[in-house]
Design a protein around this ligand. Structure first.
Ligand code: SF4
Length: 330
């Protein structure tokens, strides 16, 4: 039986604003098992990155707050920890790869020093200086950077190589959970494929669980075991990769995302972008948040938010189309 590593339950994240607080994430529930990769997918502004930061305890302190929910990691609710306790988890047991390697790296430190710094901060194995140096060499080789380049600075590396350094920093402490937020968006397409292949290979090799945040269902298809679709701060569908890509039951937003994936073997004229725009978190519509863009919108959708309906084998859809007999109040 799969062992649960991360369990997020009914999580809400809001931002302070003049007037009403702005709800960035509303009632999100999901879990990640040991060794599993969960893709969190949605358009920009869906709340994916805010959710990723909350898992790392990195939400901006002055503006963001969590009105409810829990984030349990290996049985510990991270939301109940103080700053010092959460720092002990961050980098050591949970690591993050951000979108832009240039903003994650220190431009005036050699890449070797930056990797060793991450190791020294935790050093749970009480490694000597020499052993730490060896570990840095190993992790650089693992991500495909010759160890002799550890004395170079970030500006001496290409974009793809810089992202490999970021991956090395994230993995040097052998974390149990890796959160990767659009890890290849800043890279060109050929380099994207190489970096994704490295992440996938290392993750399998080290047995790391991963939450992969992306707007790209194509990337999810290659990397993930399960998928959660986010729209306007809510999770609207969750299922295995097979369920989401080839299954019969889909939330209309998921269908829209599937219809907007480019397929080089097919006529790209048939691509159908989802009409309209995602509402900003300070102007969410009543009822189903997707209703102004939904081709299947019914009267009930305009005033009643749908609940999550269980389909089969862990597949959940939050849409009135899937309500059982008698659950709709039309
Ligand atoms: Fe469309 Fe209604 Fe389903 Fe929302 S609840 S996705 S508006 S059919």
């Amino acid at each position: 039986m799969k062992q649960e590593l991360l369990k997020v339950t009914d999580l809400h994240i809001s931002f302070k604003a003049k007037g009403e607080p702005v709800r960035a994430v509303t009632g999100v529930t999901f879990s990640v098992s040991k060794g599993e990769t969960l893709g969190i997918v949605g358009e920009s502004g869906a709340g994916k990155s805010v959710l990723g930061l909350s898992l790392m305890g990195l939400l901006p302190e002055n503006t963001a707050y969590i009105p409810g929910g829990s984030i349990e990691f290996d049985g510990t609710d991270l939301l109940k920890l103080n700053k010092k306790q959460i720092r002990a988890f961050r980098g050591d047991r949970i690591s993050m790869i951000f979108q832009d390697p240039m903003t994650s790296l220190n431009p005036v430190m050699t890449v070797g020093d930056q990797i060793i710094e991450a190791l020294r901060y935790h050093n749970k194995e009480h490694l000597s200086k020499r052993e730490m140096e060896q570990r840095v060499d190993e992790v650089m080789e693992l991500v495909g950077i010759p160890a002799h380049r550890k004395k170079e600075y970030p500006h001496q590396f290409s974009g793809g190589m810089r992202q490999r350094v970021v991956i090395a920093i994230a993995l040097v402490c052998n974390p149990e959970l890796l959160i990767a937020d659009e890890p290849t968006t800043a890279l060109d397409v050929t380099i994207q494929a190489q970096v994704l292949a490295i992440i996938r290979q290392l993750q399998k090799q080290l047995g790391t669980s991963m939450v992969l945040i992306t707007h790209d269902l194509g990337i999810v298809a290659k990397m993930c075991d399960r998928v959660a679709i986010m729209y306007a701060g809510e999770m609207v569908e969750q299922g295995t990769i097979e369920d989401i890509l080839t299954g019969d039951f889909h939330h209309p937003y998921t269908l829209g995302l599937l219809g907007s994936i480019p397929n080089l073997e097919e006529d790209t004229d048939r691509l159908k972008p989802i009409p309209g725009l995602m509402p900003p978190p300070n102007a969410l519509p009543e009822g189903c948040r997707f209703h102004p863009r939904c081709a299947h919108c019914m009267e009930i959708c305009k005033h009643k938010a749908p609940e999550q309906h269980y389909e089969h084998d862990g597949h959940y859809v939050a849409c009135h189309l899937f309500a059982k007999e008698g659950q709709r109040d039309e």
